[in-house]
Each structure stands twice: as C-alpha cells, then as structure tokens.
Ligand binder design. Structure first.
Ligand SMILES: [Zn+2]
Length: 70
C-alpha cells in the first residue's frame, strides 16, 4: 500500500490511477519497485558468484597443497 500524493488516501502500491481522485499516479512507485527488486537480486547473484569463486579457489588451493605434499 502507498498514499496518493494528491488526496492522501491509501491505495495499492501498484495502482496506476488513484481510485479516490481518479488521477494518474506518477510511475515512480513502479520504477522504484522494479529497481528495488533487481538491486537485491543483483547483489545476491554477485555474492553467489563471488562465494562460488572463493570456494572454488579455496578448493583448488587446498587440492594443490595436497598434491604438493605427496
Ligand atoms: Zn488520490
């Protein structure tokens, strides 16, 4: 839910037209919602990629040490 910038009534956050004053709402909420959705997704995937890279690096380093010892 969000508040209509014109009449201050509570409306659905994905509403394009206010149901009380029938005004077109600025697309900000939609854009913001979209950007808020993709930023954590991007951070999460970046962390997964970084984590996997570190894990793979650690694994291969460990294996290399193992091979060197023998
Ligand atoms: Zn309104």
């Amino acid at each position: 839910m969000q508040t209509c910038p014109y009449c201050k009534e509570k409306i659905y956050s994905n509403a394009l037209v206010c149901r009380y004053c029938k005004r077109d709402l600025p697309d900000m909420a939609t854009i913001e919602g979209r950007s808020n959705n993709w930023i954590p997704a991007l951070i999460a995937s970046a962390l997964i990629v970084t984590g996997t890279a570190f894990f793979a690096y650690g694994f291969f380093k460990e294996r290399q040490d193992w091979l060197d010892r023998e």
